[in-house]
Write a protein that binds this ligand. Structure first.
Ligand code: ZN
Length: 296
């Protein structure tokens, strides 16, 4: 039995909705047929949106009896994400548009992953994006795809983007979230940091959004070939993260993927500081003692 709105009764968060969708559609394969899902869930039409200001829209009523999704013409992968995002607004009844009956979303809304405290509009966009990410890359199918991967590698992000038919950045967000290692992906545009996605255990990245990619990063190496992920190589950890002077520096590795249009992804992988051996510890304590007592 194909899914219907009845299967979603009582579910209101992106996670609960996607869980119900996957329960009702256990045979779902990738790329997820997002337009078919829309049709089964009450979307009557998907129309082109003919404005440069907005990326997507949704025309519906407060009861969500039915809806029309609008998506800007352009790249197919981008359009799939926009449609999934608008379906999210449609299925979350607590999402209330600025103008009655009409949601309009900008491209910056479709990239939003965090919301300011108390900003209801931003929170709705974050939820719609979370829904879109989950429905286009269902967790069980993503885990199955990732089980074949070992060491972190941007090639995997490219493979996920291709297989799930999502943009590279959407795949990158999911990849850092599901990978067991401490990794981050920095998205750069024209030499500047645009966005950073990190696993929960990866420390804060010290390069602010809008700042130039650090000059000592491998990003600036002249050996990159467009659309091919570079080798993975060690870099100085203080390029990207705060390294405490009195602690051993962790090992940080970089891998770079450049496109001709100025877009780049930089994968950062952090390796834990190796445990000190008992001998090393005794030696350091000895030095500390000599230093404090003035003996040399
Ligand atoms: Zn939106």
């Amino acid at each position: 039995m194909p899914i219907s709105r009845k299967d979603l009764t009582g579910a209101s968060s992106p996670e609960a909705l996607v869980k119900r969708i996957l329960q009702a559609e256990p045979e779902l394969t990738v790329p997820v047929p997002i337009q078919d899902l829309c049709e089964r869930l009450g979307i009557l039409r998907i129309e082109d949106l003919s404005t440069d200001e907005f990326e997507g829209g949704l025309v519906t009523d407060a009861k969500r009896s039915e809806g029309t999704i609008q998506a800007k013409r352009g790249g197919e992968l981008r359009r799939r994400f926009t449609i999934a995002h608008e379906l999210g607004h449609f299925l979350m009844a607590h999402h209330v548009p600025d103008q009655p009956g009409q949601f309009l979303c900008k491209s910056s809304d479709l990239l939003r992953v965090t919301a300011k405290d108390g900003d209801r509009r931003q929170r709705m966009e974050v939820e719609a994006n979370r829904f879109a990410g989950l429905v286009l890359m269902p967790p069980h199918l993503l885990r199955a795809a990732m089980s074949a991967f070992r060491e972190p590698d941007l090639q995997h992000v490219l493979a996920l983007a291709r297989d799930f038919a999502v943009g590279k950045e959407v795949a990158a967000r999911a990849y850092v979230q599901y990978h067991p290692e401490r990794i981050a992906i920095v998205v750069a545009g024209n030499g500047r940091v645009q966005r950073c996605y990190r696993s929960l255990s990866f420390p804060d990245i010290i390069c602010a959004v809008g700042s130039p990619v650090p000059t000592r990063s491998r990003y600036h190496s002249s050996s990159h070939r467009p659309n091919i992920a570079s080798d993975i190589a060690a870099c100085s950890p203080d390029l990207w993260i705060d390294v405490k002077r009195d602690l051993r520096a962790p090992f940080l590795y970089e891998q770079v993927y450049l496109q001709q249009n100025g877009f780049a992804m930089i994968l950062l992988r952090l390796e834990p500081v190796p445990e000190e051996s008992a001998d090393e510890r005794r030696q350091e304590e000895g030095w500390r003692y000599r230093f404090h007592s003035g003996r040399r």
